[in-house]
Write a protein that binds this ligand. Structure first.
Ligand SMILES: [Fe+2]
Length: 1204
């Protein structure tokens, strides 16, 4: 105790520790230790305070003494010193913000040289130490003046390197001025809107909300009429609803010339009340309109009522007449209030609903019709390419209802693809989702002012410009050219583009996207009843959903003389309303009108009166009239398109039912999987709980955290258009580190410069913590059905297999696996069998290598070799663990087959997939590329798609999968040290060989006395791999001939960077040297095929795990089915490794450098893509005549770089 006191007195001084933090921050702001030097004093101070609270002598524990104690702590000067230190820390982060802090290792990729500005900043830091307020003020002033330029320069390095297609600056894409502050410099504009936000929120909370509360109290006091006969509306009290309606009626009746300040104040308050009432009934607005109508019928005996700033009506007949029969008149208004200036001015030549007879509006309708009719794609006539792209955009989800955002994204991407034949980038997809979710741009100016100073409205407007830029990329496409033509030079290209964008954002986003969600909700709510109804007539199903839906609750027009007199007459001339008063036609109520629809509140897609619905701005039966001249004057031009898109997306997201024949998918694979899934029953809660309790904590945690990966990959799917050009950074070290298996991998990825999202990083940290137990639980499933139900229910996001195996047990199936499976490149011909008793063996698939490695107890060793006769039939298996040759009549026959399947799966996954493809070949390519080729080097740009995300993929695999106590360690039965020996063995025996040589020479058609056609039917990898290789090789070869203008393939281009690049490749791949261009092209083509086609061949593991009897990651004596824990772990591995990269057939032409070789390189690129498409179709065709399908090298399944 005495020693402790002495130590504290002499060595512990918090002030000194704080000063050390300051020194570290000023002179080593980027050092990791500096971070701890700042955290440490805070931590110590916290401990001091806690100890003070706990151990201080308190004679009487009462409020007074406690307050004194707290005050003692609060007024301590140390905490002010600490606050100063954190302020300085913020200044450092702020000053160097955007400089590419890496997520993986905590270092910074910034310019660390001591420039004059950095000296100034350091002096400011020192001033902050002396007097924090002064230093902070000086820094803020400096940031907006002399330090600004420096910060801009540092950040420009990153911005320029990040320069991407969605950042294209074009005069059209610069946001227009809505308010005067938009003209100010960005920093001043930000300050203005920040202050405006504070003012807006202050007014909202101090004036508007109290006034509204006052209004509610007033309504309750003055309301006399009360009737239980009125509809009950729990969200808004009857008194408030009706009194405010009366007040609105009074305001509307007021002559325009007599509207004074009080009128306007009342108007704003009542508008606020309208928005509030509408928001409270957002899910079912028809109830609000119905209750208001009932009140006005009681009091005024009229079908009209007051809503927002005008008169509203629910009656079907009147709504139909106003929006369809009478000449339309319209203004910039929506729902029950005027729209925001951002929306009003974004496209000012026509209103958003195309509804008046003004020449501009008529021209707008013409433009839209021309645009729609010139779409390059039509869902009714799908070709191969389109089917392919759509299936990537909207992957089939059959086991789990998709989230709303996923449906929104699918609708936006499909619509954009149909319109442009292009893709939306990540930021554009997010902008679209935001347009669907966020309605603020539809609200009036004053209301948006209250919401944080127009913050949300401005965000909406930015989204519009983001999507405008997306269309701008395709301005030379068919559809936009047709739209420009339709404008007849009366409108500029900019105006037309804005108009198309606003149609896409307003008409094309919320309505169809939300309708699709409604349709999908219904399909999943009662799939046995609703899916057959949907399949019977998808359009009728969607229309019936639309009838009961709220996507477009009201359509409004302006009152003409005729309408004014009708309304006044209906009110028995008790009121007079001005011309052009807004008339809100309630679509949601008209579609539930009992006088038109039988049982209107019931969902009946077969109803006879369905085509009377008013959804697309007209009666449906008139809109679908073949005679176009008889269609309603203002019907929605996107009527057919929205129905088709919603149908397509709903089909892709619909659940599996027993009804298979009519399932709308052209993908044989999906059909097979659906048939497979249909046989699976539901898991009972007891079974689920039993299986779950069997799992070790690690597996449970990883299973839960897996959902983070899946949700992220669903919401941010990889698209080729998101592949950014290379970054230029001073990369001398991109955090290469050595992993246990003696490989050196980089950890910082320019494709993901900020690393993973925080939640994912946290999940990874949690998973890799050493707190989880490690044991092999052998408990098995009670029945096979239970195992399948477990897989289906707990892993609904299992990647779609390329081949759906229904049989992996029969002897014949073994022949299929040996000649069509993922280890078929190891099958070879044997002329002389080493087993005297196997004289009829012609082929062998030898997977005995793994038998030399020890496994954990009580598991069996891996290793087996399968022998086949000349008819490719299995005749015997050599089983390593028992060291015996097993034949058909042997009691271990089934077990030996299971061991062989499991052995080739383990060997291919560890050897081919993990070590050779990822850790050696892909790693060599990406490391050499990024280390030695500058961002302007043509080869770097050329290789960019083939190395996309490779660094982060390998890094994640290294730290979360193949680490000690990681998933791979747990899934397979090797001890970790033994697993490392397996890896070492693979690395030592690795010998670089070109891909065509992967196929043993004995497996050529000639050596098997077969023609190429005959051989393709029984051993398809031979032709598919060669075709694929040739396609890639030709692409690489042409690139060199075009870009480097090399005629002689024996010589390498003279290029110092390339020489370094080649040296690095040789070093990593163990190649003695590359001295000719021909050899260099071969090596590059090989590495590209390795990360694309070969990766697909050896890495598509979902084919082998849909049934727990197919393969066993661990082998147990006498068992041919996986236990619960291992099966769950291998399923997790499958899901995690199933996260997709962009497709090889997607478009990355934006990466082709715009230099003098651009045209030729573009032709090369297009030829390459066409060859791949032809190969894909050819493989599809040949698969029909092959003994079994083989998809490993089918380009439609292949990604452009290796995924996990
Ligand atoms: Fe992979």
């Amino acid at each position: 105790m005495v020693l402790n006191t002495w130590f504290l007195d002499h060595f512990y001084n918090l002030d000194t520790i704080i000063r050390i933090g300051w020194l570290a921050l000023i002179f080593a702001p980027f050092n990791k230790i500096s971070k701890y030097c700042i955290i440490l004093p805070t931590l110590l101070f916290s401990i001091e305070c806690i100890l003070m609270l706990l151990f201080r002598d308190l004679p009487v524990l009462n409020w007074i003494s406690l307050k004194d104690l707290l005050m003692t702590i609060i007024v301590q000067r140390k905490q002010f010193y600490l606050m100063d230190l954190w302020i300085a820390q913020w200044m450092v982060y702020n000053f160097y913000a955007g400089c590419g802090k890496t997520a993986s290792c905590g270092s910074y990729h910034i310019n660390k040289t001591w420039t004059s500005e950095r000296y100034v900043f350091t002096i400011l830091l020192f001033l902050t130490y002396l007097a924090a307020p002064l230093g902070l003020v000086l820094y803020i002033v400096g940031k907006h003046s002399f330090l600004k330029e420096y910060q801009k320069n540092v950040q420009n390095v990153i911005k320029n390197d990040h320069f991407h297609i969605d950042q294209l600056k074009h005069p059209f894409s610069i946001p227009h001025t809505v308010r005067f502050a938009d003209r100010l410099p960005e920093s001043l504009s930000s300050i203005y809107y920040f202050l405006l936000g504070i003012i807006g929120l202050t007014i909202l909370f101090t004036i508007v909300l109290p006034s509204y509360i006052g209004l509610i109290i007033y309504c309750r006091i003055v309301y006399k009429y009360s009737s239980s006969s009125l509809s009950d509306l729990k969200t808004i009290p009857e008194s408030v609803r009706n009194v405010t309606a009366e007040m609105r009626l009074t305001l509307i009746k007021t002559d325009r010339n007599q509207r004074r300040l009080i009128w306007h104040l009342k108007y704003l308050l009542l508008q606020f009340a309208t928005i509030f009432e509408y928001a409270s009934n957002y899910s079912e607005p028809f109830r609000l309109f119905q209750s208001l109508e009932e009140y006005f019928r009681k009091i005024y005996h009229t079908p009209y009522f007051v809503l927002g700033n005008g008169i509203a009506v629910n009656s079907y007949d009147i709504v139909k007449r106003y929006i369809q029969d009478l000449p339309p008149r319209k203004d910039a208004e929506l729902l029950a209030w005027e729209i925001s200036p951002s929306l009003e001015t974004f496209c000012d030549f026509t209103t958003v609903f195309l509804s008046t007879d003004h020449p501009d509006t008529q021209l707008g309708r013409k433009i839209i019709f021309q645009w729609l009719h010139s779409f390059p794609h039509n869902l009714k006539h799908r070709n191969f390419e389109m089917e392919l792209q759509l299936s990537r955009i909207v992957p089939r989800h059959m086991d789990k209802k998709p989230t709303k955002d996923l449906v929104y994204q699918a609708i936006g991407e499909v619509m954009f693809f149909l319109a442009t034949n292009g893709e939306l980038t990540k930021s554009e997809r997010l902008a679209y989702i935001s347009c669907v979710q966020s309605p603020f741009i539809f609200f009036p100016n004053w209301f948006n002012f209250l919401l944080n100073g127009h913050h949300f409205e401005r965000k909406n407007l930015r989204n519009y410009y983001t999507l405008l830029r997306a269309f701008l990329r395709y301005e030379n496409g068919l559809a936009l050219q047709a739209a420009f033509m339709a404008a007849e030079k009366k409108k500029s290209r900019e105006e037309v583009l804005k108009f198309i964008t606003v149609v896409f954002c307003v008409a094309g986003s919320p309505a169809p996207a939300k309708l699709a969600v409604t349709v999908i909700d219904r399909l999943w709510a009662d799939k046995e009843k609703n899916v057959p109804l949907f399949k019977k007539n998808p359009h009728n199903f969607i229309k019936e959903c639309a009838r009961l839906d709220k996507a477009v609750p009201t359509v409004n027009i302006l009152a003409t003389d005729e309408i004014v007199s009708e309304v006044e007459k209906s009110f028995e001339s008790k009121i007079q309303i001005p011309e052009n008063t807004p008339i809100h036609c309630s679509i949601v109520n008209a579609n539930r009108d009992k006088t038109v629809f039988e049982n209107p509140d019931e969902f009946l897609p077969d109803r006879l009166d369905l085509n009377k619905i008013l959804v697309w701005n007209g009666v449906e039966e008139d809109i679908i009239n073949p005679d176009q001249s008889k269609r309603p004057i203002r019907y929605c031009p996107g009527h057919d398109l929205s129905l088709d898109i919603v149908q397509y997306v709903a089909e892709r997201f619909s659940p599996v039912t027993d009804d298979i024949d009519e399932d709308n998918t052209n993908n044989k694979n999906e059909q097979d999987l659906i048939v497979f899934e249909q046989k699976i029953r539901k898991l009972t809660p007891i079974e689920e709980s039993h299986c779950w309790n069997v799992l070790d904590t690690y597996t449970k945690v990883v299973r839960l955290l897996m959902t983070i990966v899946i949700n992220e990959s669903n919401l941010f799917p990889s698209r080729a258009i998101d592949i950014a050009p290379p970054m230029h950074l001073p990369i001398k070290n991109f955090s290469i580190f050595r992993i246990d298996m003696a490989k050196f991998i980089p950890s910082w990825d320019e494709d993901k410069p900020n690393g993973s999202r925080p939640l994912r990083r946290f999940a990874r940290w949690l998973v890799n913590s050493n707190i989880w137990d490690f044991y092999d639980c052998l408990a098995g499933f009670d029945t096979l059905e239970q195992a399948l139900a477990w897989r289906s229910q707990i892993f609904p996001s299992l990647p779609l297999p390329n081949i759906v195996y229904t049989d992996m047990f029969s002897d014949e199936a073994m022949g299929r696996l040996a000649f069509f499976g993922c280890a078929c490149h190891y099958t070879q011909r044997i002329d002389k069998s080493e087993h005297p008793s196997l004289q009829n063996a012609v082929y062998v698939n030898d997977m005995t290598v793994l038998s030399i490695f020890r496994v954990r107890k009580p598991f069996e060793r891996y290793g087996a070799a399968a022998y086949f006769d000349g008819d490719f039939q299995l005749i015997a298996i050599y089983w390593c663990h028992a060291n015996r040759l097993v034949r058909k009549d042997d009691q271990f026959w089934e077990h030996a087959k299971y061991v062989w399947r499991s052995s080739f799966f383990a060997y291919v996954t560890i050897h081919d997939h993990l070590i050779v493809t990822h850790m050696i070949e892909c790693n060599a390519l990406v490391t050499a590329t990024r280390k030695y080729l500058t961002n302007g080097h043509p080869l770097r740009l050329f290789l960019q798609p083939f190395t996309y995300h490779t660094v982060s993929v390998n890094y994640q695999a290294a730290i979360s999968l193949v680490n000690r106590r990681g998933l791979v360690h747990r899934v397979w039965a090797f001890d970790y040290d033994e697993f490392l020996k397996v890896c070492d063995y693979i690395s030592m025996t690795y010998k670089f060989r070109l891909l065509p040589e992967y196929i043993p020479s004995s497996m050529s058609p000639e050596n098997n006395s077969k023609t190429k056609e005959q051989w393709d039917k029984v051993y398809p990898i031979y032709s598919d791999l060669n075709h694929f290789w040739k396609g890639i090789h030709k692409y690489v070869e042409n690139f060199f001939h075009i870009t480097f203008n090399v005629q002689d393939d024996d010589k390498l281009p003279v290029d110092a960077r390339m020489t370094e690049f080649i040296n690095e490749l040789c070093k990593q791949l163990g190649i003695p040297g590359i001295v000719s261009l021909k050899r260099f092209i071969d090596v590059l083509a090989h590495l590209i095929v390795s990360g694309t086609g070969m990766h697909e061949h050896v890495g598509q593991i979902s084919d082998y795990v849909i049934d727990p009897r197919f393969i066993g990651a661990k082998l147990e004596e006498g068992k041919e089915i996986q236990n619960i824990q291992t099966y769950t772990q291998i399923l997790i591995l499958t899901v995690v490794t199933g996260v997709r990269m962009p497709g090889l057939l997607e478009d990355w032409s934006h990466l082709i450098e715009r230099n003098q070789y651009y045209e030729k390189n573009l032709v090369n690129y297009e030829n390459f893509k066409n060859e791949l498409k032809n190969l894909s179709q050819d493989i599809d065709h040949r698969n029909k005549t092959r003994k079994y399908p083989f998809e490993s090298f089918n380009p439609k399944f292949i990604e452009c770089s290796a995924s996990v």
